[in-house]
Ligand binder design. Sequence first.
Ligand code: FNR
Length: 337
Amino acid sequence: MNTKLFSTYTIKDVTFKNRIVMAPMCMYSSQEDGHVKNWHLTHYTSRAVGGVGLIMLEATAVDPQGRISVNDLGIWNDEQLPGLSQLVSMMKEQGAKTGIQLAHAGRKATVPGTIYAPSPIAFDETYKQPQEMTQADIEKTILSFQQAAARAKKAGFDVIELHAAHGYLLNEFLSPLSNKRNDEYGGSSENRYKIVKEVIAAVKQVWEGPLFVRISAHDYQEGGMTAEQYIEISKWMKEDGVDLIDVSSGAVVPASIPVYPGYQVPFSETIRSGASIATGAVGLITTGIQAEEILQNERADLIFIGRELLRAPYWPRNTAKELRYEIEAPTPYKRGW
Ligand code: FNR
């Protein structure tokens, strides 16, 4: 059968063999040095053998103070490069394209020492109170993203994704619920977007490849962001050179999220049609037929699969079978396929 899920997709000069993306998922398996471990080599390479088109590495810290936990993967120094390069080459050897999600946790960092955010408001009573970022802190952070992007290029990644979702630093600037600043980085949506705009510009100075941004398209709280409000910001991102918006939601403030199959797909659809930009859909997408519906109805361009790929590393192969689409076996399996 002809499927859209198993059709190729090209951005700039990078072609994914199908529309299946492994969603970024923290493994909390590094030590304090942020280095790639055998776990990462096994875990990610398995999904490459499983047939994923693009593997997006977990949130990888651009600054040690911006780690979600002390076990986060890191890309803040050159010693972290050999492990990342090895991981990239192992995934590529198995036919996958490779991406890395560059992240700063902002007020959700759980590391010793000072943590930083647009405004000095703790996420909730279990988190530390962050320090309000000065202009110098903002400049230093933009530089950290740029240096991380330069390292990602050296390591051989095909795609960079900026993490501007789930209540981490860039999301904290974008949402009026966490950004109470009175300077040019707070207030209007244009001002709240300013740091993201500057990170994009800094990254693009050292990175020519496909650039994704993950956003939280809904804050699930009165006075917070909605997908409709993200249309304007997505148009700016497009003008600034972002190729695709990976549309997630929530977690900028503690709020309950109504969860059901495909719960975030309408946000992807709203942004894709409203801003005329390519999008990725994510969130409780677990079957081929569901993915096919989203793509055929032009609600997204790529399908990000999270937990189902943890349960089933060979999800793309099983899904090809479900959709009666023939994919090639890995060479060592061919005799028995
Ligand atoms: C996640 N998620 C996530 N998101 C992100 O942008 N960066 C990250 O590092 C992580 N880490 C992470 C770890 C684990 C163990 C899970 C389960 C999830 C969210 C993930 O990318 C995805 O958006 C959600 O899991 C929803 O998609 P699924 O799992 O329903 O397909």
